[in-house]
Design a binder for this molecule. Structure first.
Ligand code: DHB
Ligand code: FE
Length: 284
């Protein structure tokens, strides 16, 4: 049986990828940020999964206003790093897991979540920056990845409640896959940031940390937070945080199991004009 062993949460700021790719990670501006991920890289070496189910959002790269899937699962054998305007990032091609992805699609759709199936897609910073933060700069990524894209760019976007319930369905799907696989689920994006308009640059350290406290301790209550709270308190792009609730919903305690252990928690401002949050929860 496949099993979800842990969940990882992290912001996916594109400038972090650029800093790594351009050899700037020890610059005074970036050093404190990358230092916060050192324990995570070690933890990842000690707890390497077979597959990462990676929840992220596409930033009008693979999709556009012409096509807006709310939830899209990547079932392909591989996914190339996207060209977001400066050429593709110099990172490895992502290897998928078509068998597990197809199984999850089948199970989750029968469980009443109508996913879009994607058999060809390039992946942008939403996916590749978390990979770089957790694995550094290897020749090849050491795990297989199932990309799971959520629309948090163009309204209407899914609610935290819907995302949390979807995470529970994903857990049931993974656990009904008939092969011993160690699976992690990652939620990416956030924390507070607004990239445009009169409130560009908004950072809300207090709200971010209170939200994180609740997301860890009482995810059910956290899933009830309405959209308007994210936008008002965490900025227009703070809404990316609903994706963390998909990963949280897939943890064992939500289905009546034991509480997870917090293995690492990190918060840092600024990276570009974003508050960076990071968390690792391990199932017991
Ligand atoms: C930026 C873009 C993102 O997608 C994000 O999640 C955070 C920051 C940016 O352009 O700075
Ligand atoms: Fe983003």
């Amino acid at each position: 049986m496949a099993k979800i062993t842990a969940s990882v949460y992290t912001s996916h700021v594109p400038a972090i990828g650029a800093a790594l790719d351009l050899g700037k990670s020890s610059d005074p501006y970036w050093q404190p940020l990358f230092k916060g991920y050192e324990p995570s890289k070690q933890w990842m070496k000690d707890n390497r999964p077979d597959v990462v189910f990676l929840v992220y959002n596409d930033h009008a790269t693979a999709f556009s206003l012409e096509l807006i899937p709310t939830f899209a699962i990547g079932c392909a054998a591989e996914f190339k790093p996207a060209d977001e305007g400066w050429g593709p990032r110099p990172v490895p091609v992502v290897q998928g897991h078509p068998e597990l992805a197809s199984h999850i699609a089948h199970s989750v759709i029968q469980d009443e979540f109508d996913l879009t199936i994607v058999n060809k897609m390039d992946v942008d910073h939403g996916l590749t920056v978390p990979m770089s933060l957790m694995f550094g700069q290897p020749e090849a990524w050491p795990v297989k990845v199932i990309p799971f894209a959520v629309n948090v760019v163009q309204y209407p976007v899914p609610s935290g409640k819907r995302c949390f319930a979807l995470g529970q369905a994903i857990r049931r799907a993974v656990e009904s896959f008939d092969e011993d696989l160690n699976v992690q689920i990652w939620g990416t994006g956030g924390m507070s940031h607004q990239l445009q308009g009169a409130r560009a640059g908004l950072i809300n350290r207090e709200w971010d940390n209170a939200w994180l406290d609740q997301m860890i301790a009482d995810p059910q209550a956290c899933s009830q937070v309405p959209h308007i709270d994210y936008v008002r308190e965490a900025g227009s792009e703070g809404i990316e945080l609903v994706m963390w609730l998909i990963a949280r919903g897939a943890m064992a305690d939500v289905a009546g199991g034991p509480k997870p252990t917090v293995k690492h928690r990190f918060y840092h401002v600024p990276a570009s004009n974003t508050a960076v949050g990071h968390l690792i929860l391990e199932n017991n």
